[in-house]
Design a binder for this molecule. Sequence first.
Ligand SMILES: Nc1nc2c(ncn2[C@@H]2O[C@H](COP(=O)(O)OP(=O)(O)OP(=O)(O)O)[C@@H](O)[C@H]2O)c(=O)[nH]1
Ligand SMILES: [Mg+2]
Length: 201
Amino acid sequence: MSFSPTRDRQFKTVLIGDTGVGKTSIRRSYMGKSFSSSHIATLGVDFAQKNVKHKEANVRLAIWDLAGQHSFESVRKHYYQGCHSIIFVYSVIDSTSFINSSRWFVEVSKYLKPLPCVAVLGNKIDLRSTSTATDVVSAKEGEEFSKRFDNKLGIPVVFRETSALTGENIQEIFDEIVGMMLDENPLKYQQSNNLRRMHKL
Ligand SMILES: Nc1nc2c(ncn2[C@@H]2O[C@H](COP(=O)(O)OP(=O)(O)OP(=O)(O)O)[C@@H](O)[C@H]2O)c(=O)[nH]1
Ligand SMILES: [Mg+2]
C-alpha cells in the first residue's frame, strides 16, 4: 500500500504498562514477528510502523512501545505528545501490574491533556488457567477499570484480553483502535495536521 500524506491518515499510539507485561511482545505479534520467550527489557522506547486499510481509509500507524521500568519516565514523557490513542497493558497473572494501571493513568495524564481514546489490554491470557497465583485478574475487573475512562471522563475506550503468545485478539484490538482513532479524528481536522504530525512522530 503506498502512502499519500494528503489523502491518507497518520496516527500515533503508545503502549504503556509495567515492565514484563508483554508490550513488546504485543507489538511484535501485531507486526507478524515470531514470539520470543525471553524478556529483554525495552530500554527507553521501541518503534514500529504499519500501513493498514480500515474500511475505506488508508492508515499509517506508528506504534511507540515504551519501557515499563519506572526509572524511564523522563524518556517516556517525550513520546506521549501528539498521541491519538493510548494502550494500557497489564498481565492477567500479575495483579500488581493491574493495580499499577492507575499509576500509568496518572503518569500519562500529566503529559497528555486531554487524553485521547484508550485501549486497555489484559495480556497473557494463555497463562491464566495454569497460573498458580491466587490473585489472577479477572476479565470483569479489567472491564470495570476500562469503563472508568468512558463513564467518568467521557473518553472512548475498548477493553480486550490478549495473548501475544497465541496471537489471540491482537489483530482485532489494533483494528478496533484504528477504528476509534478514525472516529475521533475526522478527516478535515486530520488533514490540516497531517504534515506537521508526520515530522513529530
Ligand atoms: N505466555 C505468555 N508470555 C508472554 C506474553 N506476552 C509476553 N510474554 C513474555 O513476558 C516477558 C516480557 O515480555 P515483553 O514483551 O518483553 O514485556 P514488556 O512489557 O515489553 O517489558 P518492558 O520492555 O521491560 O517494559 C517475555 O518473557 C515474554 O515472552 C503472553 O501473552 N503469553
Ligand atoms: Mg518492552
